[in-house]
Design a protein around this ligand. Sequence first.
Ligand SMILES: *Cc1c(COP(=O)(O)O)cnc(C)c1O
Length: 446
Amino acid sequence: MADPPQRRALVTEVPGPRSRELMARRRAAVPSGVGATMPVFAAKAGGGVLVDVDGNSFIDLGGGIAVLTVGSSAPRVASAVADQAAAFTHTCFQVTPYEGYVLLAERLNELAPGDVERRSLFVNSGAEAVENAVKVARLATGRQAVVAVEHAFHGRTLLGMALTAKASPYKKGFGPLAPEIYRVPFSYPYRCPVGASYDECGPACAEAAVAIMNSQIGADRIAALVVEPVLGEGGVIIPGAGYLEALAAYCAANGIVFVADEIQAGFARTGKWFSCEHYGLVPDVITTAKGLGGGLPIGGVTGRAELMDAVHPGGLGSTFGGNPVSCAAALAAIEEVEAGDLLAAASHIGEIFSARLKPLVEESRAVGDVRVIGAMAAVELVSDQGSKEPDASAAARVLSACHEEGVIVLKAGTFDNVVRLLPPLVIGEELLVEGLEIFEKAIRAL
Ligand SMILES: *Cc1c(COP(=O)(O)O)cnc(C)c1O
């Protein structure tokens, strides 16, 4: 289970013949509604590399959408999975519990910020974690309204879609959506929705959000505010100082459950266990998934004990939720982060991102904004810096130029004009820099 050789190497055209053949079979067997960023099929992955079925080796700056914190074949994860699969793969935790689930709950309860008594429950995905956070908040408060922010992404289930901001592709044609969802502005300093300056965007957007909650919803009707402390799919939007702090204070003052959706930005991605720690927040409830399972499917809801325990027995759970193999993988992934000092690695990747990408704003009029928080970075592309007109086709061109050169990067953003980097935290520095050089070249070519 050694990682594949850590290098970029294209041995066929991309996609190669074997991938093309599999793509044709995929088109005949899988609905086209399931997207495909890259036209290549994976054969092996690990460290900072993905090797396709034709033997092409790609530098992975996408990390399977922020899942591969510890890499795709981390030794501790691989052996924990094998050992647990050999012992038992399933019992259903609600039927016959097992220690791994409890251990993982204990670990997350400790890792969550603040000196707070917490409980954790496990489900199968991020969307399901968000669904359960809302169930807990509604029951514990006896209220129904749920507030989400502009540019938010919370998953593809009925409630996940309703909480998600972007219409296409996530909600288009899939209605009616879940009721009692309200939306407030999110601090987006580059495009402040209330027209404030870069530095004033945080407090100004918080004030606008609070005004909507007071006047259009009523604070005493709001069960929860669900917010990603750093928006992921929305385009790696890092809110201005003061925004989240003000919203958290408003929630605390009004008995509203503050839910930090840490599914993408959490689990070491930004250089802290949870991105809310950058703002000194102690959320009432935290949702996790993506990086949590070291690549295996698992979602978590970690919340204040009095909220989580408000739910009647049987009100929470799922057949596969907190599957023993996924729990073993998650415990091993936590060990990998600790043993490999991956919080520091994420911060170091962030320094490299900043040093290399921030100058692009001066070099290219197509680069509107560069945003970096640990190993989470984005370049927002515009037709011109003056107009800030989002340029989705530029982002598409950068994506395909990188893919053709053997570097995996991802698209993001409400306007599809953001290119996003979420590498595995275990990527080697030389490989990372090589990948960034190709990315920068694609941007300069715009
Ligand atoms: C990916 C994501 C989800 C949904 O997770 P799934 O596992 O795809 O259901 C929810 N919230 C955020 C912030 C995400 O990035």
